[in-house]
Ligand binder design. Sequence first.
Ligand SMILES: [Zn+2]
Length: 374
Amino acid sequence: MEQVLAATTVATGTQVLSPGAVTVENGRILAVSDVVPDGAPVRDGYLVPGFVDIHTHGGGGASVVGADQESVATFVRAHRRHGTTTIGASLVSAHPEALLRDVSALAELVEDGLIAGTHLEGPWIAPQMKGAHDPTTLRPPSPDEVDAVLAAARGTVHMVTLAPELEHGMDAVRRIAAAGALPAIGHTDADWETTRAAIDAGGSVATHLFNQMRPIHHRRPGPIPALMADPRMHVELIADGIHLHPAVIAMVRHAVPVDRIVLVTDAMAAAGQADGEYMLGDLAVTVSDGVARLVEGGALAGSTLTMDKAFRLVVQHGGFSVADAVLASAVTPARLMARDDIGAIAVGKSADLVALDPDLRLHRVWHQGEIVTG
Ligand SMILES: [Zn+2]
């Protein structure tokens, strides 16, 4: 049955309609117009594409690590309630057997359509930039292991975060790119020159820019200026107001073309949940006032962010327009995942939609035309 959704502002990903109307049928978008059909109620607020998150570890009390089908389903539902209609599942650094087991179990969940892809964050990362990763699991990317993991994934890994300065690092970047996944530079102590070489080798995403990478020094620039400047790179931002000060988010918005910025949650199990005790991989985490830290050492251990909050923060405090935020939360991550059926409000795409109130608070979510919440 045909259904018309109209709002005072519809930001499609390519244009902003005020008002706008979206016609949905059988889970697909049938029409998009700035003429609202007679009798269709126009809701005060925004209609934007469903969010796409390429980097997230958990939510709703459940974690991706272990690749348990029920836990992953809980994680998907938790983020869907906050507007993320397409999600990549992120693993953390693990020992070789556990990594292979999880990658191959998640491959089935990607093939079933529950998740859109698997992101490997580590284990090939720099010990001095380990953040909340278990240091006993970190190692250089041996060509044999990289090939074995990619083979176990059967094409379902969409992104691999690694430190290119490690032994075999550049070779790993090339192997990952050749397998059709995005080599992501992160948890790295690389200098500027090494970072440039990694981009030449195929690096295309910066994993949570600024967090767990060598900081900028005006004579030793390190990775950050290289990652921001290169037109081949996309920079992830964890826009929770904790991992990055809003002033830094606004600086990135001014310095990097907005179609190269990607919002990610990097969320752990506590996203959408109360404060308390959680796990990130095998490490214990305490969440207090929504901030997740390792019990041991106190490093930030992922976020409790959901994409609706990130969207609101970058618009209200980060210098993004609503159209900019649509690019960073849907259009660009969908393009990075090579998905042309999602990521924008356009004829023929999946009816994945988010309605926001005038103050940008989440009102309602549709996934394939069905109401998820609201
Ligand atoms: Zn992460």
